[in-house]
Every structure is written in structure tokens, then in C-alpha cells.
Design a protein. Structure first.
Length: 313
């Protein structure tokens, strides 16, 4: 057996058992992939895949256990490669961050400015997507870390650490009636059209939960993944906006005013995730600590090893 066979099995599963797509992804031929998998099955003495004719349809029960072992082996192989690269070049390399627009636009600029000062030879790439997409990037080794508020905690194979807390704010035009109220309530908000995040982004689940808890049905006229889009449409008068507090800049957003909404929607925690048991290069530890100073290398290593640690953010 060899690593090529392991990669073929893993990619066949990732491509929903489509060997043609698996071959394209791995830059090889479909017959070569099929032959390699059959040879591995012959060597192991069990079928990894259930077949219908010449097509594979699903994993067998032993195939599921074999896939788990293959994933673990390939992670260790990638770790060996990274160890070699890290010791050969401690302060250079490629660093891929998978994150959402809000984090890339508002949370990362200061962090990356300091990071690039410390590691000028590291080439940083920011890949934006939905929480599910960035989690997939991390799982499939297309990113070194993932940063998001929603969707990256509780995923098998990922370790999500708390980065920082934040609260939502209500964005309105400068003369809006809500600005005259001392304590804005959910009942006040449902009197106006609302513009806020898509359901997968930036604490939207807490927004929905708050309204549902009081049996209120807000008139959400526009959903977006981008806080800048939300603010733009608030400026036009389409409605009031519910955005992350970090997305408001008094200097840049001169045509808007904000009302704190933590008492309505609670605290949110943006998390930074790494692949469980992955080898982290030295500069990745530095980035994590710049992003969240309480996440020291020692604490991250303890969490990676499965120890219970006390986080303070």
C-alpha cells in the first residue's frame, strides 16, 4: 500500500464517490484511480466501497474505519512536511486564513499589519466565504486557520478557540426616532423594516432567537453577508440595520448613528479554529496570540492535546 492509494480513497469520498472528479482534483486519470483503489482493497482483503456495476456508491462498514485511519495517516504525513518546512525556514512561507467578510474587513487589519511587520517573508492569503465554506477549507487543508463567529465550533476534526467577544448595534440614520428612546426594545425594532446578516453569518442565530423568544416577527427586508452592504442600505433609508459592533467606525460611517443592542441580543464570540492534531508553524502561533492575546502558545498546545483549559477573553 502507498500514499497515492490513500489519497485516492480520501478524494473519492470527498467528491461524493465520483472517481472522474477525484481524478481531476488529483491531476491523474480515472482508470488509474480505480485501479489503485482495487489494488488496495485486494491487499487489505476487504471492500472499501460498495459498488453498482463499475460505479462506487458508498463506503462499506470496514471502509468507514479504513477511511478514518487514512485521514489520520495523511494528517501525519502533512505534519511531517510542515515540520521540515518550519525548521528549514522559521520566518517564511505561505499562510492562508479562511474567514468571513466581517472578520477580514474589521477584525484582521490591525492584526495583520503587526504580523507582517514581524514576518515580512510570510505571504498571507485571505480566503473569504461562509462559515461552512471556511470550515471545509480548513478540514481539506486549504487553509491554516479559520476565523468566524458562526459555524466552526463543534465540527469533528477542528479545534475552535474563543478569540474575542462583541455585541450587535442598531444602525440608523442621524434623525431616526429610535435615537430618542432611552432603552430600545425588541418591540420598538419590529416597528421598522430591518436589514441584517444572512442567517449563516455574524450572530444572526442570536438575533432570530431573541425575536422568537417574544413571538415577534421582524420585517427583514434585506439580508447580506457584508456589513458594508447593510450600512449602505440603511443610509438610503430602506430600514434600520442590525450589525456587529466592530463593523461601525464613527469616522467612516458619518451618515449613521448606532444604538447598543447587547441587552437585546447578548454577547457573541468570534472563534479561531485550527485542525485538530495539525502541526502549527511558529508564525501561526504568533498570529493567534496577536488576534487574541490570551491564546498563548502554551494554551493552544494544551487545547490541541485535549487538556481542559480555562479561557479568559
Amino acid at each position: 500500500m502507498n500514499l497515492h492509494q490513500f489519497r485516492f480513497v480520501r478524494e473519492a469520498v470527498r467528491q461524493n464517490f465520483n472517481l472522474t472528479e477525484a481524478a481531476k482534483t488529483l491531476f491523474t486519470s480515472q482508470p488509474g484511480v480505480s485501479k489503485a483503489i482495487l489494488e488496495l482493497e485486494d491487499e487489505l482483503g476487504v471492500d472499501i466501497f460498495r459498488r453498482h456495476g463499475k460505479r462506487i456508491r458508498s463506503l462499506t462498514e470496514p471502509g468507514k474505519r479504513i477511511l478514518t485511519s487514512i485521514e489520520r495517516i495523511l494528517i501525519e504525513v502533512e505534519t511531517l512536511k510542515r515540520v521540515g518546512k518550519d525548521f528549514a525556514a522559521q520566518d517564511q512561507g505561505n499562510f492562508v486564513i479562511a474567514t468571513t467578510h466581517t472578520q477580514a474587513r474589521y477584525a484582521l487589519p490591525k492584526v495583520l499589519t503587526e504580523f507582517t511587520k514581524r514576518f515580512p517573508k510570510v505571504r498571507v492569503s485571505i480566503q473569504q466565504g461562509s462559515p461552512q465554506q471556511i470550515a471545509d477549507m480548513l478540514i481539506h487543508d486549504q487553509a491554516d486557520i479559520a476565523i468566524a463567529t458562526e459555524g466552526i465550533a463543534g465540527i469533528d476534526g477542528l479545534l475552535a478557540l474563543p478569540g474575542y467577544q462583541w455585541q450587535h448595534v442598531i444602525a440608523v440614520q442621524p434623525e431616526h426616532p429610535l435615537l430618542s428612546k432611552k432603552n430600545v426594545s425588541l418591540e420598538d425594532l419590529v416597528e421598522y423594516p430591518i436589514i441584517t446578516y444572512d442567517k449563516a453569518f455574524a450572530g444572526r442565530t442570536k438575533i432570530d432567537k431573541a425575536f422568537n423568544s417574544k413571538n415577534l416577527r421582524p420585517d427583514v427586508v434585506l439580508e447580506a453577508i457584508d456589513a458594508d452592504v447593510i450600512k449602505t442600505y440603511v443610509e438610503t433609508g430602506m430600514g434600520i440595520g442590525i450589525v456587529a459592533g466592530v463593523a461601525y467606525d464613527a469616522e467612516r460611517d458619518r451618515n449613521l448613528r448606532v444604538i447598543p443592542a447587547g441587552h437585546l441580543f447578548g454577547n457573541n464570540v468570534t472563534k479561531i479554529a485550527v485542525k485538530q492534531n495539525a502541526y502549527l508553524r511558529s508564525f501561526v502561533y504568533t498570529f493567534i496570540e496577536l488576534f487574541s492575546p490570551t491564546l498563548t502558545r502554551k494554551l493552544v498546545d494544551q487545547a490541541m492535546s485535549g487538556e481542559n483549559v480555562d479561557y479568559q477573553i
